[in-house]
Design a binder for this molecule. Structure first.
Ligand code: UN1
Length: 510
């Protein structure tokens, strides 16, 4: 069980076992977190068992009974203080993330900022999550909706956003009156412990212990139990499409609620009249940021035939100047990928692309910058054959590979953009309003994604909008807009304040 920990001092925490090798071992009951830049173990973390999971859920149910009785704006006050504490610890927490998952310092800190942003948003929301009054067809009757806390929420997160995705869920869930049980990726347990401890410590100090819970366990021991657990009315899960398909089926089997945020295969369309400076800068960030390991990473560039050569040459030039290396060092733009399996997937995708007639324009190899022993790969641009036929580009390879396609007619570009199974993020760079509006067409015939950008890249969403996507991306929406509704249950209330029985639909029963 992960008891509240008032300290961020890793060495003093008895849960860390020094000198353990191997990633996760149910036998020893330990998972080891590695620094992907050096390949060195940082610390071992004790795994939760089926028993400790049970205990966590039982305690969470008790905490829920207390927490739901707290008025929503008072819950907001707790979240406000969590945001203040996250601000105070912004840099060390961001740096811990850099060390554990390899994202560069600016992106590690930026991710914690994203949690602060959603917490601020949730504070405002804590005074707004109300329902509406609906006109009743009957005299002396009132109909209204109210939104009620849902219960204990299960939140499963991936390694690549080990802080903010929890924030999107837990901060909103908290103001809605829920308790969150978080199962983080076993590749990022330290960031999860630090993050959850901050929230739990602040809430506990304010008299509300047990609102933010953590279970760190294997999929078999904890994950499967969690998704099948009827006591968790909502499972919010972020990860691969394969994982989401399994979670979705298990949760649907018990008629629970799912919020899925799964893979993306995001394209950038660049039209003939686009501002190429802007398109190049945005697409470089979109494709190599977080070493290509965002669900919103730009994976396909679909460029008009009149500018495709210039666009790709400029991209290649930019890629040649990108500094790969220690994610915590000044000037590094690309850190390591998370581990060997990603390196293998990267190499395999490049081999397949070549076999399918594509050409590697830049990158394509494993890198060993600054003598570091970690898992680094070169950001890669691959030009599809003139036929645009490149089956490997239909897959999401979670690594910095950008495939380039060519179009003549914007209709073909949109069809190409929509031709993949996933539907998370999409972008267009164009100078003509007719083209950009075509991409956003209100009849739904434009981009089929949950996120659509004009003259911006595919990654880097703000928290104020709803985040998520369609098709194999899973259909869930998190963060802003009305995503809070997923964390509450709606009750339609009808009140007769007269003294006669009046039946709806004019039915007489006398
Ligand atoms: C993810 O990769 O799972 O839009 C989340 C973005 C970030 C969130 C990414 N704000 O790129």
């Amino acid at each position: 069980m992960h008891t509240p920990d008032p300290s961020l001092n890793l060495e003093q925490d008895p849960r860390y076992v020094a000198g353990v090798t191997g990633r996760e071992s149910p036998e020893s009951g330990v998972v080891v977190s590695f620094n992907p830049a050096t390949g060195d173990p940082i610390a071992g973390v004790k795994l939760d068992s089926a028993d400790s999971y049970e205990q966590t859920v039982a305690e969470a149910q008790e905490a829920f009974k207390r927490w739901r009785a707290v008025p929503a704006p008072v819950r907001g006050e707790v979240v406000r203080n969590i945001a203040l504490e996250m601000r105070r610890l912004l840099v060390p927490l961001g740096e811990l993330e850099s060390m554990e998952v390899g994202k560069i310092r600016a992106e590690g800190i930026g991710e914690v900022q994203e949690t602060i942003d959603i917490a601020d948003y949730a504070v405002g929301l804590s005074r707004m999550v109300g329902g509406k009054t609906v006109p009743s067809e009957r005299p002396l009757h009132r109909m209204m909706e109210q939104w009620l806390p849902l219960g204990v929420i299960g939140c499963i997160t991936a390694f690549n956003f080990p802080n903010a995705v929890w924030g999107w869920n837990a901060m909103i869930a908290a103001i809605c009156g829920n308790v969150t049980i978080w199962k983080p990726s076993l590749l990022a347990p330290l960031t999860a412990i630090a993050t959850n401890n901050i929230a739990d410590r602040v809430a506990t100090e304010m008299g509300h212990p047990g609102i933010f819970r953590l279970v760190i366990g294997t999929d078999d021991e904890v994950g499967e139990r969690m998704i099948a657990d009827k006591r968790l009315p909502l499972i919010s899960a972020t990860g691969s499409c394969a994982m989401g398909r399994h979670v979705g089926q298990v949760v649907a089997g018990r008629l629970g609620r799912c919020l899925l945020e799964l893979g993306g295969n995001n394209a950038v369309i660049v039209d003939k009249d686009a501002d190429l400076d802007l398109a190049v800068k945005s697409t470089v960030f979109g494709s190599v940021g977080t070493a290509g390991q965002r669900c919103t990473t730009s994976r396909r560039l679909i460029a008009h035939k009149s500018i495709v050569d210039e666009m790709t040459q400029r991209m290649v030039k930019a890629y040649q100047t990108i500094k790969i290396g220690d994610p915590l060092a000044e000037g590094t733009l690309v850190g390591p990928v998370i581990g060997e399996r990603t390196v293998e997937a990267y190499q395999n995708a490049i081999e397949q692309a070549k076999a399918q007639g594509a050409e590697v324009l830049v990158g394509g190899s494993v890198a060993k910058p600054d003598g570091l022993g970690g898992t680094f790969v070169e950001p890669t641009i691959i030009r599809a054959p003139a036929s645009n036929d490149l089956p490997i580009a239909m897959d999401e390879t979670f690594a910095p590979i950008l495939y380039v396609f060519t179009f003549e007619d914007i209709e073909d570009a949109i069809a190409m953009q929509n031709s993949v199974d996933q539907g998370l993020s999409s972008a267009i760079f164009a100078g003509n309003v007719n083209t950009t509006e075509r991409f956003l067409a209100v009849d739904g015939s434009g981009s089929d994604c949950g996120l659509a950008y004009v003259n911006l890249g595919t990654s880097g969403a703000e928290i104020g909008g709803a985040f998520g996507g369609e098709k194999d991306t899973g259909g869930g929406r998190e963060a802003g807009s009305d995503s809070w509704k997923a964390y509450m249950r709606r009750q339609t209330c009808t009140i007769n304040y007269g003294s006669e029985l009046r039946l709806a639909q004019g039915i007489r029963f006398e």
